[in-house]
Ligand binder design. Structure first.
Ligand SMILES: O=P(O)(O)O[C@@H]1C[C@H](O)[C@@H](CO)O1
Length: 296
C-alpha cells in the first residue's frame, strides 16, 4: 500500500517518492534525461534502446491517458547511451484531472534522478510567418490558466521540491535552445525551424477566431494545451527544460477562412515531421553533458 495522501490531488512528496521508488525497483535504468511526447509525436519513445514499458494504468498514483495519439505508457531505456525515461503520451487539463495531478510525472522524474527534460507538443500557429510543419523552439510561454489561479504550484509548498515563488524568466534553458539552433542548422532544418512564444489554454475546444487574434496580439506565436504546466513544475524542482512545438495547423485568424482546426490534422502533421524531430532530439541528447549547473 502506498502512503495515505495529505496532498490536494495526490502529488505529495511521499506519493511521488513512492511512485519513483516503485519504478526504480522495477527497472535497472537510472534516468538522467526525461522526455515528454506530444500529440502524434510518440515515435520519439521508439528511439530508446532496450526499452522497458510501463502502462500508466499500472503505475501507482499515475493518472490514465485518455487522448487518441497518446499511447499512455512510460518507456525506460537509453538514447545515445544516456539513460532516459520517456512519457509516450501526456495528461492534459481538459481530461478532467487537477493541474497538480497532470504534472505529477515531472516530480517523479526529479525523484528518479532526471536532470534535463525535453518536451514536445503540437500547437496551432498564430504567427503569420509560420507554416504547417514548422518546428518552434519554445523561448517562453504564456500560462493562461495561471492568470485565473490555475497554476500547478497552487497549494502548500513542499520545500523538498523547490521554493514557494520560483523564477520563470529562465524557464527554457538558453544553452539548450542554442544547441537546438546549431543542431537544426547542421541537419539542414533551417527552413522550418523557428523560435517563439507558446501560449497554453485549457482546451479541449480549439480557439475562436477572436481568441486567436487576441493571443497573437498578446505576443504568442503558437497556441496549445500542454507543456507550460509541466515546465513550471520541472523548473520548480530544478530540472533544465527544453521544449519544441510542432506547428500542426494554422490557427484561424480570418472570418473568411474555410479552415477548421481538428485533431486528425494535428496527428497527421506529427507523422510527417516525426523523423526530423526524432533526429534533432536524439542529437541533442547525444551532446548533453550531465551538469545541471551548466544552465543559464
Ligand atoms: O499533448 P499536446 O500538447 O501535443 O496535444 C495537443 C493539444 C491537444 O491535446 C491536442 C489537440 O489536437 O494536441
Amino acid at each position: 500500500m502506498l502512503p495515505v495522501s495529505e496532498s490536494l490531488c495526490g502529488e505529495s512528496y511521499e506519493e511521488c517518492k513512492a511512485t519513483a521508488d516503485w519504478l526504480l525497483s522495477n527497472t535497472q535504468v537510472r534516468p538522467t534525461v526525461g522526455i515528454v511526447c506530444g500529440s502524434g509525436l510518440g515515435g520519439l519513445a521508439e528511439m530508446l534502446k532496450d526499452p522497458q514499458y510501463f502502462k500508466y494504468c499500472d503505475i501507482p498514483n499515475f493518472p490514465k491517458s485518455t487522448v487518441h495519439g497518446h499511447a499512455g505508457r512510460l518507456v525506460f531505456g537509453t538514447l545515445k547511451g544516456k539513460p532516459c525515461v520517456c512519457m509516450q503520451g501526456r495528461f492534459h487539463l481538459y481530461e478532467g484531472y487537477p493541474i497538480q495531478k497532470i504534472t505529477l510525472p515531472m516530480r517523479v522524474f526529479k525523484l528518479m534522478g532526471v536532470e534535463t527534460v525535453f518536451l514536445t507538443n503540437a500547437a496551432g500557429g498564430l504567427n503569420q510567418d509560420y507554416k504547417v510543419g514548422d518546428v518552434m523552439i519554445m523561448k517562453d510561454h504564456i500560462n493562461m490558466p495561471g492568470f485565473a489561479g490555475n497554476n500547478p504550484l497552487v497549494g502548500p509548498n513542499d520545500d523538498r521540491f523547490g521554493v514557494r515563488f520560483p523564477c520563470m524568466s529562465d524557464a527554457y534553458d538558453r544553452k539548450l535552445r542554442q544547441m537546438a539552433l546549431d543542431v537544426a542548422s547542421e541537419l539542414g532544418y533551417n527552413d522550418f525551424f523557428r523560435e517563439g512564444v507558446y501560449c497554453v489554454l485549457g482546451g479541449p475546444s480549439f480557439e475562436t477566431i477572436a481568441e486567436c487574434r487576441m493571443l497573437h496580439k498578446l505576443g504568442a506565436d503558437a497556441v496549445g494545451m500542454s507543456t507550460a504546466h509541466e515546465v513550471i513544475v520541472a523548473r520548480h524542482a530544478g530540472m533544465r527544460c527544453f521544449a519544441l512545438s510542432l506547428i500542426s495547423n494554422q490557427a484561424v485568424m480570418d472570418y473568411d477562412s474555410q479552415e477548421k482546426a481538428n485533431h486528425e490534422e494535428v496527428l497527421e502533421t506529427g507523422r510527417l515531421r516525426a523523423e526530423q524531430l526524432e533526429k534533432l532530439v536524439t542529437t541533442m541528447v547525444d551532446r548533453l553533458e550531465h551538469n545541471n549547473n551548466d544552465s543559464s
